[in-house]
Write a protein that binds this ligand. Sequence first.
Ligand code: ITT
Length: 191
Amino acid sequence: ARLVVATHNPGKVVEIAAILENRFSLVTAGELGLPEPDETETTFVGNALLKARAAADASGLIALADDSGLSVAALDGAPGIFSARWAGPAKDFTMAMGKVEERLEESGSEDLSCWFTSALAVAWPHGPAVVVEGRVDGTLTFPMRGTRGFGYDPVFTPLGFDQTFGEMDPAAKDAMSHRALAFAKLKAAIL
Ligand code: ITT
């Protein structure tokens, strides 16, 4: 089956392709030249649905979108849905991770609890849509460690592990990540 992955983030495409194990022929929104809709919703679920709906209707193909982010307990869940925006137009995640560390210091809190969320939405062209959410809990880790993965991976150590997502074998991350958990729920919701 042909599936549009409604994302312009190459890190997500790599993980989604690995998790789906070549069971679909994937084409990205970028490859189809689809516009990037403004993420105007206030939740991961809302933005995932918005992105999947826009890509499905524009392409005439079934579309899958991921809206995700890092939430820090001591920062009341920030950056959350603003995770990509904290990196600015230059997509500078070293700067964004520095900002997380700075905000945490300013808060005076010593609570390093955090979590990643992934909302996955599938939309049929001009038809229905389903959406699910996965979450993995972890500990903020400064200074950042590792060069694998993408985004905030170098400052995230999942509970029960010693390596950050930035250090971990990608297959290990894909077996336990927020995205993997969301895919497991998606499979249960669709089949
Ligand atoms: P699309 O909207 O085109 O999919 P985006 O990067 O703008 O790409 P989001 O709005 O969902 O996507 O922003 C999510 C940000 O959260 C993303 O840019 C990453 O920095 C971060 N993020 C999400 N999943 C992550 C993961 O598995 N590891 C590290 N950072 C992650």
